[in-house]
Design a protein around this ligand. Structure first.
Ligand SMILES: Cc1ncc(COP(=O)(O)O)c(C=O)c1O
Length: 426
């Protein structure tokens, strides 16, 4: 009888999987992850990889956190899911109460929580909600959106529209909605003067534009944008899908500028990175504008897994962990260590634009091409040979570690970035 030779995970993957953001013509092997604990991923052959980017910025407290795992198990054993139109449940209400109250304490007058299930759907809901808001208020001309140059807000059609129109989205140009991009409060002012009463909302990643290359702006810049939008009656949507939950050192990045967004989108770290879930928080004024006897005026939008109870339970567990003194101390320690490392790396002859805010650290490799360069693959594999997961954004090397990372683990991450710079070919 012929022996059955079992295929490796990679061989099976090659036959059936289409990976995200992947050119399969170049990238043909994928790392088989067997398990993960704390800041480390364990591969099939027991190799350990330090997750310096929190698995696409989602993980807050380390992988397979026992408290989040237990919350997930307990909730799955009690109520795993129910539709959310016509029904409600304790974890959904409790999480909404928690987030709304936190937003208010931080200065944003947000009173309602609309659930979605990933970052893009949270942004898409915010865009539709702000657009329809003006319509139900009788302001028919407020149809256009404003966004910041180099923005990234997700991959659905609406999200692509408010994201930088670079090579990523070049095939979809004809499908996108009308958006004006600004790069400063001055250009925003000019735009608002040129098109008064035409904008529905301005969407912004406050303080740090993540996928655009960890680009940072000042609190003054953000405050001016907030002020201009308020004066012009343009709703301000804070997309904190990346920056929320203390990534920038504060619970929400909008706090740095004391602005009051009309909407707040959260996802990624919301569940501690364990499950897909997102919210769009909104003001009383916006919610009230939709309330009427007319069903057709309602926000007729939702998803099958809206407010999934297991996701909400994971988020509540993550929230508890996030606010413990030891987590807060870790966040401060990582921020301090990151600052020291970036100061050191800024002296490196092959580096420029060292920058940091909270637990985010980034630096550019001098003279390297931006996106769509094979260099990115080389850097990734070099980092992996050093057992660190680093995924450059074009020429930008960065780290966004989980808050459980020890001082030694943070040192290992930045020492690897230093090694990448030492070996940069220029
Ligand atoms: C600021 C921001 N908004 C939206 C998104 C889209 O989130 P998702 O990938 O969950 O759709 C991302 C993802 O990286 C993001 O960084």
């Amino acid at each position: 009888m012929k022996a059955v030779v079992s295929q490796s995970l990679n061989e099976r993957d090659k036959q059936v999987i289409w990976h995200p953001f992947t050119q399969h013509g170049i990238e043909t092997d994928f790392l088989p992850v067997k398990s993960a604990k704390g800041a480390w991923l364990t591969l099939e052959d027991d190799t350990k990889i330090l997750d310096a980017i929190s698995s696409w910025w989602v993980n807050l407290h380390g992988h397979a956190h026992p408290e989040i795992a237990k919350a997930i198990f307990d909730q799955a054993d009690t109520l795993e899911h129910t539709m959310f139109a016509g029904f409600t449940h304790e974890p959904g209400v409790k999480l909404a109460e928690t987030l709304v109250q936190a937003a208010q304490i931080k200065g944003a007058p947000l009173t309602r929580c609309f659930y979605t299930d990933n970052g893009s759907t949270a942004v898409e809901a915010a865009m539709k909600m702000s657009y329809q808001y003006h319509k139900v208020c009788g302001r028919q001309d407020r149809k256009r959106f404003l966004a910041l140059s180099n923005a990234y807000h997700g991959d659905t059609i609406g999200c692509m529209s408010v994201s930088a129109r670079g090579s990523y989205h070049r095939f979809f140009a004809d499908l996108l909605v009308e958006v004006d991009f600004v790069d400063s409060p001055q250009t925003l002012k000019a735009m608002l003067e040129a098109h008064p009463d035409q904008y529905a909302a301005f969407i912004i990643e406050p303080m740090v534009q993540g996928a655009g290359g960890m680009l940072m702006h000042s609190a003054e810049f953000l405050a001016e944008i907030g002020e201009l939008c308020k004066k012009a009656g343009v709703l301000l949507i804070a997309d904190e899908i990346f920056t929320g939950f203390y990534r920038t050192g504060k619970l929400f990045a909008f706090e740095h500028a004391n602005i009051q967004p009309d909407m707040l989108c959260l996802s990624k770290g919301l569940t501690g990175g364990a499950l897909p879930l997102s919210v769009t928080l909104t003001s009383h004024e916006i919610f009230e504008a939709y309330c009427s006897e007319d069903v057709g005026k309602a926000f007729l939008h939702g998803h099958s897994f809206t407010a999934n109870p297991i996701g909400c339970a994971a988020a509540l567990a993550s929230w508890r962990i996030l606010h413990r003194p030891e987590t807060q101390a870790n966040i401060q320690r990582i921020a301090e260590q990151t600052k020291q490392w970036l100061a050191r790396l800024s002296e490196h002859p092959k580096a420029e634009n060292a920058r940091t805010l909270g637990t985010i650290g980034a630096i550019d490799i001098k003279g390297y091409p931006s996106y769509f360069s094979a260099m990115s693959y080389k850097i990734r594999s070099f980092a992996l040979q050093n057992n660190v997961l680093i995924r450059p954004l074009g020429s930008v090397l960065y780290a966004v570690p989980p808050y459980c990372a020890t001082a030694e683990e943070i040192d290992k991450i930045y020492a690897t970035i230093a090694l990448i710079l030492d070996n940069a070919e220029n």
